[in-house]
Ligand binder design. Structure first.
Ligand code: PEP
Ligand code: CO
Length: 447
């Protein structure tokens, strides 16, 4: 932590991508209220995640960070959260079972509400409106009144996040995520697909392995790793008032932790060296992600590493490459080389979503499964060539049967995007496409 840092001093810095709050006093009142609420996560959990990420920084674990582009106030339910958890658990099983590498599971969940936008205005059905910045700021309906920022939404986002954390805890501690339940994680609409059938075979082998261990006299009920599945929470730290209000000083260590999530990241549009976002995250002890897009220069990236992780603590800093499949070969190698040569112990993740978005002929914002996989394959190839570890992937997905991204083994066509295009922000992989991707990434991990 910089010696003169405090959780609110970002207010004196340049701030990109902030909503234009019409009533600053109402915002202050809400932030004061938020600061009295209880934490969503605990320092000991955050330290446990940092330890797991340190293994990934060291080439001994693989990270799967996944979830919605933007969580929604419309569809908050235990059923939807369970579906999302199922997909993430399935992907993790496929990755671990195929490669023998342990997988650190992090959701874009329980706080992933605020969205940065490329343009402050957007056109919807011929009407010019303030761009949608997430339900934590305003409603998504296409009217000027709906797009007016409302500070009370920060409290609603907090309450929904709290409920999401509780649901996740109930599921993971209640046995739902035990490996012995792996059969149960196939979603109805996935079960009969080729990926679903392939998954069933893996689940059956896991069952056999568990039975074998039991027959050898190993008491599986006492093997914690089989029962205690950790799924950590993360989101983009975009609205720093929300983050600062939930930041607390840990008495025993004296460190500040942002207790809104286990880990937070700084997005591609807010990562400037002189900005409030990097200032804020440099003072909290959580694991931090930084998005790294095609305009990042090696010298700038090294300055960011020095600023966010001056003590070079493994697991503290994750760099999330999001170049797009067309630019990754050109832009990523020099950055990986520079960080490697400077000796920074980072985890490199590949976000193959945000550099591969385009608008379909039918007018939908979409991504091609093949582009997503191609960027991941390049990412692995680059790390292999440079002798560094491809530490994981960062994916936008959902447990619902949506048609938002094109392709996959049961191909979604342009003409089908309209069937179930439900996202309030970016297009997500559906559960079948996610599982398909996990098989293909597993092959890269083995070779
Ligand atoms: C996101 O992760 O949803 C996002 C907006 O990413 P980026 O900052 O990389 O564009
Ligand atoms: Co997104």
């Amino acid at each position: 932590m910089p010696s003169d840092w405090n959780p609110w001093d970002w207010e004196g810095y340049r701030l990109d991508q902030q909503p234009d709050w019409p009533d600053p006093e109402a915002l202050s009142a809400v932030l004061k209220e938020l600061a009295t609420r209880s934490p969503l996560v605990y320092p000991s959990e955050i330290e446990e995640l940092r330890g797991s990420l340190a293994k990934a920084a060291n080439g001994k674990a693989f990270v799967l960070q996944a979830g919605d582009c933007a969580e929604s106030f419309h569809d908050h339910s235990a059923t939807a959260i369970r579906a999302k958890l199922k997909v993430i658990l399935q992907m993790a099983v496929v990755l671990t079972y195929s490669s023998g590498v342990s997988v650190v599971k992090i959701g874009r969940i329980a706080g992933q509400f605020a969205k940065p936008r490329s343009s402050p205005m957007e056109e919807v059905d011929g009407v010019e409106l303030p761009s949608f910045r997430g339900h934590i700021v305003h409603a998504d309906e296409a009217t000027a009144a709906a797009r007016r920022p409302e500070p009370e939404r920060l409290l609603r986002a907090y309450e929904q996040s709290r409920s999401t954390v509780q649901i996740l805890k109930a599921l993971t501690e209640g046995g739902f995520s035990d490996l012995s339940q792996a059969h149960m994680w196939n979603l109805d609409f996935v079960e009969s697909s080729p990926e679903g059938e392939r998954y069933e075979a893996v689940a059956a082998e896991i069952d056999r392995a568990l039975k074998f261990m039991a027959a050898c006299g190993i008491d599986l009920s006492t093997e914690e790793v089989l029962h205690k599945v950790d799924i950590w929470t993360s989101h983009e730290a975009l609205l720093l008032g929300y983050e600062a209000a939930l930041t607390r000083r840990d008495r025993s260590s004296g460190r500040y932790y942002d207790l809104s999530a286990h880990s937070v990241w700084v997005g591609e549009r807010t990562r400037s060296l002189d900005g409030g976002h990097l200032r804020f995250v440099s003072g909290i002890a959580n694991p931090i992600g930084i998005k790294v897009g095609p305009t990042m220069a090696a010298a700038e990236l090294l300055e960011i590493c020095e600023m966010v992780n001056p003590d070079r603590i493994p697991g503290r800093l994750t760099l999330v490459s999001r170049m797009g499949t067309g630019l990754v070969e050109e832009r990523l190698p020099e950055l990986v080389r520079a960080v490697r040569d400077a000796g920074h112990p980072v985890v490199w993740l590949c976000d193959p979503m945000h550099g591969n978005t385009f608008t379909s002929e039918t007018g939908y914002k979409t991504r091609r499964f093949e582009d997503i996989f191609a960027e991941i394959a390049s990412f692995f190839g680059i790390h292999r060539r440079l002798g560094t570890w491809a530490g994981g992937v960062h994916i936008e997905l959902t447990g619902e049967d949506v048609t938002e991204c094109l392709g996959g083994s049961l191909e979604v066509l342009q003409s089908e995007l309209c069937r179930a295009y439900d996202t309030i922000c970016d297009p997500r992989l559906n559960a079948r496409q996610s599982l398909d991707l996990a098989y293909r990434v597993a092959e890269l991990l083995i070779h």
